[in-house]
Design a protein around this ligand. Sequence first.
Ligand code: GUN
Ligand code: FE
Length: 423
Amino acid sequence: MNKFILKGNIIYSKNENEINFYEASYLVVKDGKSQGVYNRIPEEFINYEIIDFEDKIIMPGLVDLHIHAPQYNFRGMGLDLELLDWLNTYTFKAEAKFKDLSYAKRSYKRFVDYIRRGPNTRFAIFATLHLDPTIILMDMMEESGLVSFIGKVNMDRNGGAELEEKDADESIKTTISWLDKIKGKYKNTYPIITPRFIPSCSDELLNKLRKVKNEYKLPIQSHLSENLGEIDWVKDLVPKSDFYGEAYELFDLFGKENKTIMAHCVYSNDKEQKLMKDNGVFIAHCPDSNTNLTSGIAPAGKYLRNGQKIGLGSDIAGGVHSSIFKAMADAIKVSKLRYRLVDESIKPLSIEEAFYMATLGGGEFFGKVGSFEKDYEFDAIVIDDSYLLEEDELTLRQRLERIIYISEDRDVVSKFVRGERLF
Ligand code: GUN
Ligand code: FE
């Protein structure tokens, strides 16, 4: 039975507007779950082993709600293009290479080593349309100790000669054999239905994916309202839909009993926002990607304050860093520009709001994740920010702000996932 106590400065989100700060306190863990934070060790835990992290900061592991594993290799390239040109010029070519199993192994190993080292503990990941390479990625993620949803991507149109499944039947056949091959194989790695986006998936494919997700009771991830050219194209492709989100809704691939993540939502109109809210769809806000690909600025503050489910995504390789600390800083920065230049009715995101999205907001997709309240799954990172302290006395809130803006992966000196210590 694993039980222990971490000692240090403990920080976690209370709600969208408040953060709990506990100096020199004790965080009790039993069987992979938090038992709460205390300023003195309660009698019942007195014989637990104590790991003393001294003046370091302990906070929940961060959640990346949207990342493309095969895009790790070409980060920082082609970002002078907008979405559709970037996909056709760089992304689809890069993903097509994963057909080669030994290339996939080498590449995914580098990807997994990279994200294991950083501050994130949970991930919703797009693989490629290839079956065995997707299983290799799942094996490696399981081995890493991190927790993830991973999707074999479905795409039966507009991928060009290199990255397209022959037809809907072939796409579904591959998806089912993928699901059957991994059944019961993992503890921390879960499949997720992943139609790439509407332009990649025929009506027939979406209709058949609906049946698969019902039969296997699976969550769903995709892209939504990211780029203006993309949105116009979706109108042509699915003329029955009144707005982009409705194109997924027509095929019952938009939340409700199947948890769903939609990445970007830069241009979601009122009807789309309402449907996302009614259906409990999670928004993955990806500010770095939305900037790099000149997509726009999603009104994340509005979504959050309206009670939408929302977390942050790195969207590698639209975004270039996996660290969700960087996504928090980027989210705050672009919200300030949006406020100043576009719409003064939506106040910039606060530190509290960004921290909430990075932990509890995204964590909810995984269950009781993203907090140290009792019974939450215990994911934690320990940050050594001593080099940022110098002579000054800083409050824990000031230290958190500096970590969000300045910290590097190497400052994560220890990491726990579901109660297991990774390093
Ligand atoms: N829309 C469809 N595919 C992609 C992708 O790989 N990245 C981003 N940012 N948007 C997409
Ligand atoms: Fe994406």
